[in-house]
Ligand binder design. Structure first.
Ligand code: THU
Length: 131
């Protein structure tokens, strides 16, 4: 699958977002090492802090299905600006895939590509615990 195809898959998830509070849908598509793609959307909650981002939805779907290594992630929104992954999502992804390629798109379906370790420099991961 091309980078643009992974981005378009993430866009299909915007319709599943549950965003009655922010009205800011986000979609994600996370590609496992074997090529399986796990999708996600943001799911908000009346207790705002209990909401979950699209990327973490995709990640927990994958890990709960037994997948722990990843190649690429697409994260997309409808805004003019690129839909950058938040700090909590960067940290959760770093646990499993510090070298992950992250495709970050805007509402025009344009995207930029970064390595996760560039988005989270000097990240704290499993090796930081000496494991
Ligand atoms: N959001 C994501 O889904 N991913 C991010 O990395 C940034 C923020 C969601 C959370 C919330 O539902 C909405 O965007 C506005 O912050």
């Amino acid at each position: 699958m091309s980078d643009q195809e992974l981005v378009e898959l993430a866009f299909t998830m915007l319709q599943r977002s549950y965003v009655p509070y922010s009205h800011f849908p986000v979609g994600a598509a996370l590609e496992g090492a074997d090529g399986t793609v796990y999708t996600g959307c943001n799911v908000e909650n009346a207790a705002y802090g209990s909401s979950i981002c699209a990327e973490r939805t995709a990640l927990v779907k994958a890990v709960s299905e037994g997948c722990r290594s990843f190649r690429r992630l697409a994260v997309v929104g409808n805004g003019q600006d690129y839909c950058w992954p938040c700090g909590a999502c960067r940290q959760m992804l770093y646990e499993f895939a510090p070298e992950l390629e992250v495709l970050v798109a805007n509402g025009d379906h344009s995207f930029v590509k970064y390595s996760l370790c560039a988005l989270l420099p000097q990240g704290f991961g499993p090796s930081s615990l000496g494991q």
